[in-house]
Design a protein around this ligand. Structure first.
Ligand SMILES: [Zn+2]
Length: 443
């Protein structure tokens, strides 16, 4: 029979092998500040903590005098092996940091987003996956468990997962702003700030309480349990709505269009555990756009699609009197508070339709002559990548409408996304405007 003592050397060997695999991963010598360098620092920090913990557990096991002490050391070692195993997730990320799976213009756009929204240079690593999502400092939760302090180096590694099939989709670039938004929300504690602001309104509190009470009665739960369930939902949904606000306020109309063309085919008015219904999210995006020149722009340049977006936003709720629906009522009341919290966080990086319109005439002129729109013709300043996104969307949309015997319809949004031959042109424009901006700063 194998006693715990016999298992121990075997487990130590296995744990050390995992660490060696991580240490001997394909050569990656990102210099400080290069993409992936902060991620490497976090990995090395974690593996050094793992190694010293394994040494410590081994010493404890050897000094143990009772079976209980031995079995405690054994369990600890298994835990450490689990951590080492978990860290294998980093290998494809490092590969993607070395050979980014996006065009240069898209990478530059992501860097623009982290500088403008997060207001710091972060180590953002876009990585091919099946869906959009973010992992902020993925190994940081292990630091305290391994008795480690913060990792050396100031940069924050952020893994940006995106659907591999959409790597070249220029019209979907705005979705990265929502993902960067997740880090902004965490870093600036926006959920707490937004909810505190909303709670100053008695109407909001009344609706939240009513959603809890309705759930308690409907499901026969204790008051505490019902409250816990609704608070969790409220917190998750607030995060998503804040990320949407960050994206639409920083990018303007292009986020509304990218969000709708990507999400509406996937989900409609069904609430998810972590995401409010898509139709509801679109209604909040529209509230940012309505009554501003963004609305005039969309009404003029894509009338059928914009009218359809308004219909989508007005879609009836699933189960109108259910607790979830009452919570959505509360979030409707809180919308101006969420928007104000986000505007405060973005400061001068809120992108108004006026900012866009100041550039768009020149940008659109160049597009009309199929000139790569990089810089303002007289001022010679590079175009804002956000302006290239909006004009790109409008131009591609108009081209798709012209090519369709049915003219402009809501399906034109999908045709815009499908017109992949034209996408690299606009991504290239973002790349060159960024390069020009860097020249100007250094020249
Ligand atoms: Zn999200």
């Amino acid at each position: 029979m194998v006693s715990p003592g016999d298992d121990f050397p075997f487990l130590v060997e296995s744990a050390r092998r995992f660490i060696a695999l991580l240490a001997n991963r394909p050569a990656f010598d990102a210099k400080s500040g290069e993409r992936g360098s902060a991620l490497v620092q976090h990995i090395e920090h974690t593996t050094s903590g793992l190694e010293s913990q394994i040494d410590g557990v081994q010493a404890k096991f050897e000094a143990a005098t009772s079976p209980l002490e031995k079995s405690v050391a054994l369990k600890h070692l298994r835990l450490l092996t689990g951590y080492a195993h978990f860290m294998r997730r980093a290998l494809p990320w490092l590969e993607d940091a070395k050979n980014p799976p996006l065009e240069l213009g898209a990478l530059y756009f992501i860097d623009h987003l982290s500088e403008a929204m997060l207001k710091e240079v972060a180590d953002v690593v876009p990585t091919s996956a099946t869906e959009y999502s973010t992992e902020q400092q993925p190994f940081a939760p292990l630091f305290p468990k391994l008795g480690l302090g913060p990792a050396p180096g100031a940069l924050r590694p952020i893994i940006l997962n995106f659907p591999a099939l959409e790597a070249g989709s220029f019209p979907l670039l705005p979705l990265f702003a929502h993902e960067i938004g997740h880090t902004v929300v965490t870093k600036d504690r926006l959920t707490t700030k937004a909810l505190e602001r909303a709670q100053l309104n008695p109407e909001f509190n009344k609706l939240v309480e009513s959603s809890k009470k309705t759930l308690e009665i409907a499901e026969g739960l204790t008051e505490e349990r019902a409250s816990l369930i609704m608070d969790e939902r409220l917190s998750y949904w607030t995060i998503e709505l804040l990320c949407d606000q960050l994206a639409v306020q920083h990018l303007g109309a292009s986020y509304l269009l990218a969000f709708s063309v990507y999400l509406v085919p996937l989900t409609w008015n069904a609430p998810g555990p972590r995401h409010p219904p898509t139709t509801f999210r679109i209604s909040h995006l529209l509230r940012w756009v309505e009554g501003t020149p963004w609305e005039d722009l969309l009404t003029n340049r894509m009338p059928a699609s914009y009218a359809w977006l308004k219909e989508v936003a007005a879609a009836p709720r699933q189960k109108p009197a259910a607790p979830i629906s009452i919570l959505l009522d509360a979030l409707d009341v809180a919308q101006p508070d969420f928007a104000a919290t986000v505007s405060e966080s973005l400061g001068k990086n809120v992108y108004s339709a006026h900012d866009y319109l100041a550039e768009s005439r020149h940008l659109d002129d160049q597009l009309r002559y199929e000139v790569l729109p990089v810089q303002h013709p007289s001022k010679k300043t590079p175009f804002d990548p956000r302006a290239i996104l909006v004009s790109g969307w409008l131009t591609l949309h108009e081209e798709a409408a012209k090519a369709d015997p049915a003219g402009e319809t809501p399906s034109t949004l999908c045709r815009t996304l499908a017109a992949t031959d034209s996408h690299p042109f606009f991504t290239k424009a973002i790349e060159l405007s960024r390069v020009l901006g860097i020249w100007e700063k250094t020249g």
